[in-house]
Ligand binder design. Structure first.
Ligand SMILES: Cc1cc2nc3c(=O)[nH]c(=O)nc-3n(C[C@H](O)[C@H](O)[C@H](O)COP(=O)(O)O)c2cc1C
Length: 264
């Protein structure tokens, strides 16, 4: 959304300490930078850059990544290469080289989008096939990866924050298995109201500023303050109003998109 500016008073000089942190973000919304997910992801990444991180973002929409074939070849090969050749060929070295991985996905049927799940499944060669005991749990040892932190950025249509519980649980498990820290979840419930906020008059600038602050904090301090995360996901409108205004909006969409075309 072009008219949402994300200026904050965050210092813009990268600190010596944090220069060189590599961040790879995967945005799995089909709407890419026009989507609701990007409204939080992009200021978050901007905050990281301002703290001195090297940030790359890729969009699953632009990638050709085949689903895992489940044959275990990548797991067995020392190089970890897959029998399939696709965009994971060049993406995997970037994943291995990232200090922070950011998984950004809208909530689809209580989980990440299909393309994000395909990407996640293809991360198996970050691990060795052997099994060890880590923190009292059977896990695969990590292989040639420096990923230290994982962050989830997610957006959903429903009002409540608990809609993100399944995807947060997934990310927590994934982080443990990759031997990385699950550093934070930047969640934005009733996220569709963020996009329309400049038109509807709902206050929103503080949410974007908090997302940028979160990016700055994770690079500079290694953690994101609880208050910052709470500010990203703060209530934008009361539940009853959400129900009242959502259905007329949905009605308009049904009117616009819902006409049945004859099937040929
Ligand atoms: C196929 C599909 C499934 C969805 N499932 C959920 C869901 O389970 N819970 C929810 O709150 N929102 C759900 N949504 C709404 C999206 O999460 C929401 O519109 C989000 O803001 C879209 O982000 P984007 O604009 O970045 O793609 C779903 C949307 C689609 C298209």
């Amino acid at each position: 959304m072009d008219n949402m500016n994300t200026h904050t008073n965050i210092e813009t000089q990268p600190s010596e300490l944090t220069r060189g942190t590599n961040v790879l973000a995967i945005n799995a919304s089909p709407h890419k930078d026009n989507g609701n997910t990007a409204l939080i992801l992009n200021p978050f990444l901007e905050g990281m850059k301002r703290a001195g991180a090297e940030v790359s973002v890729v969009y699953t929409e632009d990638l050709k990544i085949h689903p895992c074939r489940g044959d275990f070849t990548c797991f067995c090969r020392p190089s970890g290469t897959c029998i399939q050749s696709d965009d994971m060929d060049w993406l995997m070295p970037k994943v291995r080289d990232a200090d922070i991985l950011v998984f950004a996905s809208p909530l689809y049927v209580d989980g990440v989008t299909g393309p994000m799940k395909i990407f996640i499944d293809r991360l198996v060669p970050l691990l060795q096939m052997y099994i060890e005991t880590r923190e009292g749990h059977s896990r695969h040892p990590p292989k040639d990866t420096k990923v230290r932190k994982i962050v989830l950025v997610s957006n959903c249509g429903f009002w409540e924050k608990d809609n993100f519980d399944p995807v947060i649980r997934h990310m927590r498990a994934l982080s443990k298995n990759l031997n990385a820290e699950f550093a934070a979840a930047l969640i934005r419930p009733h996220g569709t109201f963020l996009k329309s906020a400049p038109q509807t008059g709902l206050p929103y600038e503080d949410i974007l500023e908090a997302a940028m602050r979160a990016g700055h904090q994770i690079v500079k301090d290694g953690v994101i303050a609880e208050e910052t995360l709470a500010a990203v996901s703060r209530e934008m409108l009361p539940y009853d109003t959400f129900i009242q205004v959502s259905n007329p909006m949905i009605g308009k969409l049904v009117e616009r998109l819902g006409r049945e075309e004859p099937v040929h």
